[in-house]
Design a protein around this ligand. Structure first.
Ligand code: HEC
Length: 172
């Protein structure tokens, strides 16, 4: 019953993002054409079109997985965030930007605001199940068209990445 309630609320306030990597490529194409034509292209419009749009579905959701209660501390743990950055550089950078811009997946700016710590941890460690069952993850899939591959990260590494995401979002 409670789940149903959240679902209804989420549906009411939901805003579904509408573009992803494929669109970004199309944009580049049209922009090149535009540039060769007389009309000067409006860079601000272009930027808005390729940015990650906040997805409100499941903002309060903890997702599906082992993580039911993830404690985050203030101030954040700089050493963990540094380790998380290294993981980002080796395993995530191919598909995610740190800005709000889409690459293959959504840009990470604001991810700690639109997702709970539990959702992020469950997503990183239980990607396949979340993609099959979690409403918010499925919405991302509609936006991005490709499924994020399962990441071989242990719990501590996933937690490091979360700490880095908090830092990326300006948490001190
Ligand atoms: C092959 C591309 C790819 C790689 C590599 C990848 N991701 Fe993703 N990621 C995606 C896609 C695509 C999505 C959108 C959700 C979906 O449909 O799978 C996503 C979504 C996410 C989200 C949810 C973002 C949001 O705003 O809802 C998080 C968090 C995330 N990824 C973390 C990671 C982490 C951490 C790594 C590295 C350990 C990683 N990803 C590596 C493709 C990738």
């Amino acid at each position: 019953m409670k789940r149903y309630f959240y679902f209804v609320i989420a549906s009411i306030i939901s805003i579904v993002a509408v573009q992803c990597a494929t669109d970004t490529k199309k944009e580049t194409g049209t922009d090149t054409q535009k540039a060769t034509s007389a009309a000067a292209s409006d860079t601000s419009v272009k930027k808005a079109k390729t940015d990650t749009v906040m997805v409100f579905i499941g903002m309060n959701s903890k997702g599906i997985g082992r993580f039911k209660n993830v404690q985050v501390a203030h101030p954040l743990d700089q050493a963990m965030a540094a380790d998380g950055y290294k993981i980002f550089q080796t395993k995530c950078i191919a598909c995610h930007k740190l800005s709000s811009e889409m690459l293959v997946g959504p840009g990470w700016a604001g991810v700690t605001i639109r997702r709970t710590p539990e959702w992020i941890m469950n997503w990183i460690t239980n990607t396949k199940v979340m993609l099959d069952k979690d409403l918010a993850a499925q919405t991302d899939l509609v936006v991005c068209l490709i499924r994020m591959p399962k990441q071989e990260l242990n719990d501590a590494q996933a937690r490091d990445v979360l700490e880095f995401m908090r830092k990326n979002d300006g948490e001190k």
